[in-house]
Design a protein around this ligand. Structure first.
Ligand SMILES: Nc1ncnc2c1ncn2[C@@H]1O[C@H](COP(=O)(O)OP(=O)(O)OP(=O)(O)O)[C@@H](O)[C@H]1O
Length: 599
């Protein structure tokens, strides 16, 4: 048994995870061409200094040509100024490219993540999703940083080879051989560093995931002194990360040093072979010096390639990871027809749902028929793990059922977009999640753009208004990371207000009174009763204050409906006083061993 693909648009079906990059780069083609032309001029201008040196050695020094020297100096000064302007322009273009890439991929990734079905988001650790945003940085830095410059410079090494052939023809073969050796070295280093970087990334991600969990649960870590238990685990992961980092560093150093040695050897060979040709009168002194200078322009980019290859490996992985994400199926985002606010009748029809989707796994939810209607509160009860929260998520359309349907006003949930459903259904989760913003903003997140009046009404209904106005900054109070400056009860009430802000037709609450005091619970009961007159209000609760106010009750047991109907019928049966256990007869006292008996 496997879950069907989530609702909404299917993946594009393209197997190539780099297609998105081509799409991204295609509008930048004109900029790329401009970059290449600029690089062509920058590289041509780079020939000026070696040619200047050659002329000075061969024409000025040999023939005391002061006038020639002055002319050459003026020429080279103009060339260097032009070179500076070109490089500045190239730098600006690069910044523009970086900005566009940041905006394009960053926004695309943010939107994509928000459109991914919840089950997909839940199946990968938080570290994976965080990594994707670092991948955007990697792609930006590669396409707009030193690596991109290196790539635009690389084709021009052939110009330098050509010029070397023209001015130092006898040396050309030495250059071709050393050039080939550099290419092999760069390719090999790329392979080794790529493998090593991949292994290091996996180990580091493992270590970072542990740190993230520790930071998220820092209160508990302190209270339970979990650091002692977690230290060996962290040490093991940290040791793994260090070991891989050292290995990668050693490989990278090895190749960089080999590249350096190869450069020196090439210089020695060019000078030695050049000296032989000078003695033989086949080469001038100036030409040898110019060739030596040009060799730096030739080997420089390839030597950089040896070091930059690791970056390419990370770039390729980042592109693949982002491509895989962009290919994933999405929640439905488009609606063909604008609908009115629903009446709020929810119906579950033959719904089977299981996490993980293993063939033989017992269903987490297996319900033949269940209705939720406005006009009175409905409570869902059941033991821990019986599937109450999962049922609420199915009712919200957050999980697509494996089989069967969830209907909203007789329409299959699957046809509605996430934004439509979120506008119609208010949800108070078991674990309150607030953001580091003002109280006003946190309530308004439930209905973006809602009026101040709607916020005030929601806060009143959630019983949190007087607590808010008691604070010195009132609704402008910033609540700290995840609402850390508020008490658990205040957080829960603000979460309830957030769910009410959009005046939803359906309200689903998961243990909403777990952190409330008695008075707050009674206030909440009154507010829910009032709302349930015109809305469908479903509350997962075992509270002795909320339950008596419910019209209907659904009892879940291992994902199945164990009982459902009027609360007046079911609750008394459920909470009927159990017969007092009959005390077990006291065991007969063991006979005292006879004095002198054998043990
Ligand atoms: N994201 C998940 N991935 C895999 N299994 C899950 C996931 N969430 C819940 N489960 C499993 O599904 C079952 C039902 O969980 P659910 O949270 O719906 O129960 P519940 O009745 O709300 O429990 P509680 O009263 O403790 O809140 C449990 O066995 C749980 O282990």
């Amino acid at each position: 048994m496997s879950n069907p693909p989530p609702t909404g648009s299917p993946p594009s079906g393209s197997a190539d995870k780099t297609d998105w990059l081509s799409e991204l780069i295609s509008p930048l083609r004109t900029v790329g061409r401009e970059m290449l032309v600029t690089s062509l001029f920058v590289n041509l201008l780079a020939l000026a200094v070696p040619i200047f040196v050659m002329q000075v050695y061969d024409r000025v020094i040999g023939h005391s040509g002061m006038e020639t020297l002055k002319g050459l100096l003026i020429g080279i000064a103009l060339v260097l100024a032009f070179d500076y302007v070109l490089k500045q322009t190239r730098g600006r273009v690069m910044q523009m490219v970086a900005l566009r890439i940041d905006v394009d991929i960053g926004t695309r990734l943010f939107d994509k993540m928000n459109r991914l079905p919840l089950r997909i988001l839940e199946t990968r650790p938080a570290a994976h999703w965080r990594q994707l945003f670092q991948d955007v940085d990697t792609v930006r830095n590669t396409l707009s940083g030193g690596t991109a410059l290196l790539l635009t410079d690389l084709p021009f090494v052939f110009i330098f080879l050509g010029v070397i052939y023209v001015i130092g023809q006898p040396l050309a073969l030495v250059f071709v051989i050393t050039f080939a050796a550099f290419i092999i070295l760069a390719w090999r280093s790329g392979q080794r560093l790529g493998q090593s970087a991949k292994a290091e990334k996996n180990v580091t991600a493992n270590r970072d995931a542990l740190i993230s969990e520790m930071i998220a649960g820092r209160g508990t870590v302190k209270a339970v002194a979990l650091d002692k238990a977690l230290r060996p685990l962290w040490e093991e992961r940290q040791a793994g990360a260090i070991e891989h980092s050292i290995q990668r560093g050693a490989i990278a150093d090895g190749y960089v040093n080999l590249g350096g040695m190869l450069t020196l050897m090439a210089n020695v060979m060019v000078t030695a072979v050049g000296a032989v040709y000078i003695i033989d009168h086949q080469l001038s002194m100036g030409a040898l010096i110019a060739c030596n200078m040009l060799s730096a322009r030739l080997y420089g980019p390839i030597n950089q390639l040896v070091g930059a290859w690791r970056g390419f490996g990370a770039f390729r992985q980042a592109v693949a990871r982002l491509g895989e994400t962009f290919e994933m199926a999405e929640d439905r985002v488009e609606t063909t027809i604008t609908r009115e606010r629903p009446a709020g009748v929810l119906r579950v029809e033959n719904v089977v749902f299981t996490y993980g989707g293993e063939t033989n796994a017992p269903a987490t939810i297996d319900i033949a028929a269940l209705d939720f209607r406005p006009g009175g509160l409905t409570a869902i009860l059941g033991k821990n793990g019986s599937g109450k929260t999962t049922l609420l998520k199915l009712l919200m359309g957050l999980y697509p059922p494996f089989s069967g349907r969830v209907l909203l006003d007789d329409g299959d949930m699957a046809q509605f977009t996430r934004h439509e459903l979120a506008g119609w259904i208010g949800y108070v989760p078991q674990e309150t999640l607030l953001f580091n913003a003002t109280i006003r903003d946190n309530i308004a997140y439930g209905a973006p753009g809602c009026s101040d009046q709607a916020i005030l009404e929601a806060a009143h209904a959630a019983g949190v208004h007087s607590a808010i106005v008691d604070m010195p900054d009132g609704y402008a109070t910033t609540i700290g990371e995840a609402g850390s400056r508020l008490s658990a009860g205040q957080r829960q009430r603000i979460a309830i207000a957030r769910a009410l802000a959009g005046n939803p037709a359906i309200l689903l609450l998961d243990e909403p009174s777990a952190s409330l005091d008695r008075q707050a619970e009674e206030d909440l009961r009154a507010a829910l009763q009032a709302m349930a007159r015109t809305r469908t209000v479903v509350v997962v609760t075992h509270s002795a204050v909320l339950l008596p106010a419910c019209r209907d009750v659904v009892v879940l047991d291992k994902g199945k409906v164990a009982a459902s109907g009027l609360a007046a019928d079911i609750l008394p049966r459920l909470f009927a006083p159990r017969p007092a256990p009959v005390p077990a007869p006291a065991p007969a006292p063991a006979p005292a061993p006879a004095i002198g008996a054998a043990p």
